[in-house]
Design a protein around this ligand. Structure first.
Ligand code: EPU
Length: 420
């Protein structure tokens, strides 16, 4: 267990380089299992979710070599074993092994995945999609047994544009007989990144990044080199942070198009940004205007930036409304922000009001999930005094080198191990 300790109220300046996307990398690694040869993935972030996937690959007897941010995976001798519940529960993305192993072996047994407690997080759309491809799904005490004589392409319309279901169904369909068409597919940048990876191996996927994805099944997937796309949620988190605590912070290695919805909200709040081809320079303005935000699937405002944005809104001059439409339980950070002096209130389970500006004071707070943790890091950096964020392990799941990156720009921040 870890805690993060921040001495706040320091202006930050300098450069921050964005790492590879967590939500892309956690799908690419299970996708690598589908390859019939060795694959190389570069720009993999060094975060604990990747360590958990590494553990799963090792358990399945894949050959894995990690060297810095590069990972080489050879799954030619992989075994189809039940991943122990303790490892599967370490992260949400363990469910991508359902699609990958089902595709490879026509049978998979998997426990219900883990992940941050931000809502019920059902996987019904994944399972319905597997069934549409010809699989039979049985569930016994949270253990899913999915079998198929063969997988055959089909038309699958998702009731909701789920990121996880879209990726899992691409994985399951990539070697199926015939053509699969996923409609109302998710359009997030990681969907495109995973489809490109599979295509680099010889898959025939078109339409990724639009709401209709077409997958023509192939028999063999060959070796390839692939790079993880820059993390647009990490990008957005540092942009928000720079908007409240930065002086000429330059955020590099970004794809501005992926954070367009955030850019437009920051502009509305009065933040001046110098946007380059793959970078953005931000200084915190004297005064921020309140803005309303509503989370939506990509390209709408991302739910994963809602919590860090809530911290920014505590500094805006007036009343902001935050409407969370994706997850049922993503406001727990507000209770912690209130402890630090913020004025926030839940209007309904999915709607909160934030009144600003509030002077935040350093306190002992707790990260309840990854992005709640990011929200508290931003708060700690602008608060007066010392903020101690307990349960910082959540933050390490998704932000590579956050302590080092922030120290580089002048923050007084440290990570400490807590005796259990
Ligand atoms: N949903 C269903 N049934 C399903 C699947 C999803 O009802 O079978 C619902 C969910 O309950 C939720 C909504 O659909 O209300 C969105 O779920 P989605 O499947 O899109 O989310 P996910 O794949 O479980 C990924 C990211 C999340 C991110 C969401 C939305 C990964 C590993 N996780 O989750 O990331 O919030 O997409 O963009 O890619 C994070 O990084 O902090 C994080 C939680």
């Amino acid at each position: 267990m870890y805690k993060i300790i921040i001495e706040g109220n320091k202006k930050l300046t300098g450069e921050i380089k964005i790492s590879g996307s967590k939500n892309s990398a956690v799908a690419l690694i299970p996708a690598a299992v589908l390859c019939d040869e060795e694959v190389t993935i570069a720009n993999v972030p060094n975060i604990s979710d990747i360590d958990a996937l590494d553990e799963i690959l090792n358990f399945l007897n894949a050959d894995v070599m990690r060297d810095g941010d590069t990972i080489k995976i050879d799954s030619s001798k992989i075994e189809n074993k039940l991943i122990p519940e303790k490892i599967a529960k370490k992260l949400r993305a363990s469910y991508y092994f359902m699609g990958a192993l089902l595709s490879k072996f026509k049978k998979v047994e998997m426990h219900f995945p883990g992940g941050c407690s931000i809502g019920a997080r059902p996987i019904n759309l994944h399972l319905k999609g597997f069934e549409a491809l010809g699989a039979k799904v049985e569930e016994k005490n949270n253990l899913f047994i999915i079998t198929a004589d063969k997988l055959v392409g089909n038309k699958i319309n998702l009731d909701f544009a789920s990121v996880g279901a879209t990726i899992n169904l691409m994985l399951a369909a990539v070697k199926a007989e015939g053509t699969t068409i996923i409609t109302n597919a998710a359009k997030e940048p990681h969907i495109v990144n995973v489809a490109t990876f599979l295509n680099n191996m010889g898959a025939k996927i078109s339409g990724a990044g639009t709401s209709e994805i077409k997958i023509e099944g192939v028999e063999y997937l060959h070796s390839c080199f692939h790079e993880v796309v820059p993390d647009y949620i990490e990008t957005g988190t540092y942009m928000i942070l720079a908007s409240v605590a930065g002086h000429d912070i330059e955020i590099k290695n970004i794809i501005p198009e992926h954070v367009e919805s955030l850019i437009s909200k920051l502009e509305e709040a009065g933040v001046d940004m110098e946007i380059g081809v793959d970078s953005v320079k931000i200084s915190a303005p004297e005064k921020l205007r309140p803005v309303n935000i509503k989370t939506q699937v990509y390209p709408g405002f991302p739910t994963d930036l809602q919590q860090p944005m809530a911290t920014l809104l505590t500094q805006a001059d007036g009343k902001s409304i935050v409407n969370e439409t994706i997850w049922e339980n993503r406001f727990l950070n507000l209770f912690e922000l209130n402890k630090m002096g913020a004025t926030t209130e839940l209007l309904t389970a999915s709607k909160a009001v934030i009144m600003g500006p509030s002077k935040l004071k350093g306190k002992k707070v707790s990260a309840t999930d990854l992005r709640a943790g990011a929200s508290l890091v931003v708060a700690g950096l602008i608060a007066e005094g010392t903020t101690t964020i307990e349960n910082a392990d959540y933050i390490l799941r998704g932000y590579e080198g956050i302590v080092e990156k922030l120290t580089e720009v002048g923050a007084k921040i440290k990570l400490e191990e807590v005796d259990e």
